[in-house]
Design a protein around this ligand. Structure first.
Ligand SMILES: Nc1ncnc2c1ncn2[C@@H]1O[C@H](COP(=O)(O)OP(=O)(O)OP(=O)(O)O)[C@@H](O)[C@H]1O
Ligand SMILES: [Mg+2]
Length: 297
């Protein structure tokens, strides 16, 4: 049985409570299923940690038109799915499971085997869903420096960001962080194009940056929207820095052999979460269960 078939097979059973996870994100045309109890969450102060006045006004209508969840929107199936997807991530970042193992458990890399499988869609949805959590702030970093698309997804102009910091144009990362109109969500753009992106991401500066944002803001979750693992070396470099890795697998678009090759690029990591994306599975067949960790060859 293939990895994906196994994953889907396991998806039919309900849960497991540790190790790698596989979850699913539906396609769009997501209808409200009932009123959202969290929609009337009381106003909280906007995240002012870091950032020296940069502000990014995310176009919520544009997000909604792409099927991406927005804060305070009605309770939809995809919103529910992200509630399930984020739970084990939060457990690993801050719960009992965070005590052992890798550093930077609050740094979550979102990648895929091949382009176009839904990394940005899932990074943004996850970031917004996590920002909706009480007590957690979220920093979304567009670390897909070769092909950045979070700004476009947010409906804002591209601007300075990660690469400008790594290439030494800005000394303080706080000068590049954007607060946003989504409470508790800040955003670091990819920044200018650079021909040595692998070198920049593999630099001591990048390692220090991840160390700093992971440790300086221990209540914060950092999401890295990343390049695909195949055809680029940048993604493997980022995977070394992240405490958690999510592999987005477009259920009907990617070859199983490419998924295997992508996993092989993650060295010996066994704690890889997987999101089955664009899944056309029937409504009641999703949940968490062991994923690639036990399926590696
Ligand atoms: N679960 C989903 N429901 C609806 N649309 C989706 C879903 N996942 C992805 N898409 C759409 O599919 C397209 C590709 O998704 P996305 O840009 O997130 O992929 P990507 O992996 O980030 O691509 P790239 O490798 O180019 O960065 C986009 O138009 C996105 O809105
Ligand atoms: Mg993308």
């Amino acid at each position: 049985m293939s990895i994906i078939e196994k994953a889907l097979e396991k998806n039919r059973s309900e849960t497991s409570n540790t190790g790698s996870t596989v979850s699913r994100a539906s396609t769009v045309n997501d209808r409200p299923i009932d009123a959202d109890p969290g929609a009337n969450k009381p106003e909280q102060p906007i995240d002012t940690t870091g950032g020296n006045g940069r502000f990014c006004n995310i176009n919520l209508e544009a997000l909604a038109s792409k099927g991406i969840i927005t804060p305070g929107s009605a309770r939809t199936r995809i919103k529910e799915e992200f509630r399930l997807i984020k739970r084990p991530l939060l457990d690993k970042a801050f719960g009992a499971k965070s005590a052992r193992g890798r550093k930077h458990k609050n740094v979550i890399m979102v990648t895929s085997a091949t382009p176009g499988e839904g990394k940005t869609f899932n990074s943004v949805s996850l970031a917004i869903s996590l920002a909706d959590e009480q007590n957690h702030r979220v920093l979304l970093i567009d670390a897909d420096v070769i092909n950045p698309s979070v700004a476009r997804t947010f409906g804002v102009d591209e601007d300075v960001g990660l690469v400008d910091y790594l290439s030494g144009d800005f000394a303080d990362i706080a000068d590049l962080l954007n607060q946003t109109n989504i409470e508790d969500l800040s955003f670091l753009q990819a920044g200018k194009r650079h021909h040595l992106t692998t070198e920049l991401l593999a630099s001591r500066q990048m390692a220090q940056l991840i160390d700093e944002i992971s440790n300086r803001y221990p209540d914060r979750i950092i999401i890295l929207d990343s390049p695909p693992l195949m055809h680029t070396s940048e993604a493997s470099v980022l995977a070394d820095l992240a405490g958690q890795v999510i592999l987005v697998v477009a259920e009907n678009d990617v070859k199983q052999s490419d998924v295997r090759k992508a996993i092989a690029r993650l060295d010996n990591r066994t704690d890889i979460g997987m999101i089955l994306n664009k899944s056309r599975y029937s409504e009641n067949r999703y949940g968490y269960y062991y994923g690639y960790g036990e399926n590696r060859e």
